[in-house]
Design a protein around this ligand. Structure first.
Ligand code: ISL
Ligand code: CA
Length: 541
């Protein structure tokens, strides 16, 4: 029996603190709000909470511009509130993962204030300064260099101009950032999500990037061979890992810009435990929401990660349109969102669930004047930014969805009167209970946690795969169609995914397979041929 590993087998729940729960009426979610909902999160069945940044920040990029890496922004509370949160979470068996934003700081960070003050300041070299810019571009549009009149030079910023990039080629910078991690490890933090870690290092000579013929907007306009994935990165990740390994049971998950190739490269026993590959999120429109899309990506990812490395499953986060919004054909219809949740929780990999995903919250639509996110303001209407998925959590039908007694920092989705947690908790057929039951199923079946992935079929309507552990095989059947579809479980092969060893040895669910979970039928024995209901999620074991 393989032992339970929390970051591999459990669900990690992302909290966007400013939109979770406000307890003091300033319109801004806070740490006491999170602490007061730990019972809810434990009951939901998640293993860990990843908190988006909670450090002091002027909010040029909503907390991702950090002005002090070892303090709590007063709007969220105090260090004492944080200590209570960690203690109360641990008491309930929940781990806490912090968002480590190390690539850049706020332009109000004391390090940058020093660096910009004069050319011979000891911290001058902590950032990248040049008399003239090179051709690098910012992820949020335009050139990545900002002129600073204080010393008549330009500094480099991959994101907004208020987020100057640190120079990781300077050993003092690397040491300072390792000290930041140590500060939080000493306070009992269980792990870190490393914001854009593959851009820590730049080529120290700062040469131009070649342009890319394929790119249209933003970063894809260039090939990022000088400003990302530099040789210094691997040794530094090893240092980070060695530090974290001095504290038992801790975890590092990295965020890259790249696809699964980039992610797999940085995962290993002496590197990161995991890295996001957003291979299931670029389906921004509903057209790729079909069985073949998920099967092809699922198989490709398996090949890249192999058995030794552990992938992550992400369908939504604070940077993307929510899966429920991406895939919904209309607002009332939660069928596609159920399929997305089933994929998240049953594909091989650690599920990262984004707050509100468990009740299928939708993106809020904003008028132009309401947009807050910098890239959204710049590119509207071609790109409307990331505010939509950041709207406050919908707790109840009370004013402001029960999020705040004050004026919420961002508009609450107007559908909160009909879509909210309290309402769904009162209804056994709700999306909440669907999520809850599926997480519970994961807890009791090791095959769903760490079993291998076995592709079975991707027809026009149905996606079928298995998860296989030592002593159990689970079969997942998903009907992507809004109509009933006949599916023969015993002839699931023959759709392009036939194995070398032939179907009989793959443990296909034959006569006697039992329905363990379904949105379309009672639990029990299934015959070989079944009629899947519209959008049915069916798990056999
Ligand atoms: O969100 C994006 C596109 O709109 C991505 O390009 C995103 O900026 C990229 O994945 C990096 O994201 C992370 O770092 C950013 C921050 O704005 C994001 O919120 C964060 O997830 C800078 O710290
Ligand atoms: Ca508050």
């Amino acid at each position: 029996m393989e032992e339970y590993v929390w970051w591999r087998d459990g669900v990690i729940y992302q909290i966007y603190p400013r939109s979770f729960l406000d307890t003091n009426g300033d319109g801004f979610g806070d740490l006491p709000g999170i602490t007061s909902r730990l019972d809810y999160l434990a009951d939901l069945g998640v293993a860990a909470l990843w908190l988006s940044p909670i450090y002091p920040s002027p909010d040029a990029d909503f907390g991702y511009d950090v002005a002090d890496h070892t303090a709590i922004d007063p709007r969220y509370g105090t260090l004492a509130d944080f200590e209570i949160l960690v203690e109360e979470a641990h008491r309930r068996g929940l781990r806490i993962i912090l968002d480590a934003v190390l690539n850049h700081t706020s332009d109000q960070h004391p390090w940058f204030l020093e660096s910009r003050s004069s050319k011979d300041n000891p911290k001058r070299d902590w950032y990248s300064w040049r008399a003239a810019p090179n051709n690098w571009i910012s992820a949020f549009g335009g050139r990545a260099w900002e002129y600073d009149p204080v010393t008549s030079e330009y500094y480099y910023h991959l994101f907004t101009r208020e987020q100057p990039d640190l120079n990781f080629n300077n050993p003092e910078v690397r040491q300072a950032q390792l000290d930041v991690l140590r500060f939080w490890l000493e306070r009992g933090v269980d792990g870190f999500r490393l914001d854009v870690f593959n851009t820590y290092f730049e080529n120290p000579d700062l040469p131009d990037n070649p342009s890319s013929l394929l790119g249209r907007l933003g970063l894809p306009l260039q090939q990022h061979i000088q400003d990302a994935d530099q040789p210094g990165l691997l040794p530094f990740l090893r240092e980070m890992r060695a530090l974290v390994d001095r504290y038992p049971g801790r975890y590092l998950v990295g965020e890259t810009f790249g696809g699964p190739e980039a992610a797999a490269r940085y995962v290993g026993d002496d590197l990161l435990h995991a890295a996001f590959s957003f291979d299931f999120t670029d389906s921004r429109w509903s057209w790729p929401f079909n069985p073949r899309y998920f099967m092809e990506r699922g198989i490709r990812r398996e090949t890249l990660f192999g058995a030794a490395q552990w992938p992550t499953n992400v369908l939504s986060n604070h940077d993307l349109p929510r899966a429920a919004s991406r895939y919904a054909r209309d607002d009332e219809d939660d069928g596609p969102a159920r399929l997305a949740m089933a994929l998240l929780l049953t594909l091989r990999g650690t599920p990262f669930m984004y707050q509100g995903e468990e009740i299928a919250m939708r993106d809020v639509a904003l008028r132009r004047g309401e947009i807050l996110d910098p890239p959204g303001r710049r590119y509207w209407p071609f790109y409307k930014g990331r505010d939509g998925c950041r709207a406050p959590f919908q707790w109840s039908a009370a004013p402001n969805a029960g999020f705040s007694a004050g004026m919420p920092w961002l508009k609450v989705h107007p559908d909160y009167r009909s879509r909210n947690l309290a309402g769904q908790k009162a209804n056994p057929a709700s999306f909440f209970y669907f999520t809850h039951r599926l997480i519970a199923l994961r807890w009791i079946h090791p095959a769903l946690q760490h079993g291998e992935f076995v592709p079975l079929a991707a027809t026009r309507e149905v996606l079928a795969y298995q998860r296989k552990a030592e002593n159990e095989t689970m079969t997942i059947l998903l009907n992507f169609a809004k109509k009933p579809v006949d599916f023969d479980t015993s002839t699931a092969l023959g759709h392009g995914f036939a194995s070398q060893d032939g179907g009989s040895e793959r443990g296909l669910p034959g006569a006697g397979a039992r329905v363990l979970f379904s949105t379309g039928r009672p639990e029990g024995v299934v015959p070989g041929r079944i009629r899947l209901e519209p959008y049915e999620v069916c798990v056999l074991g």
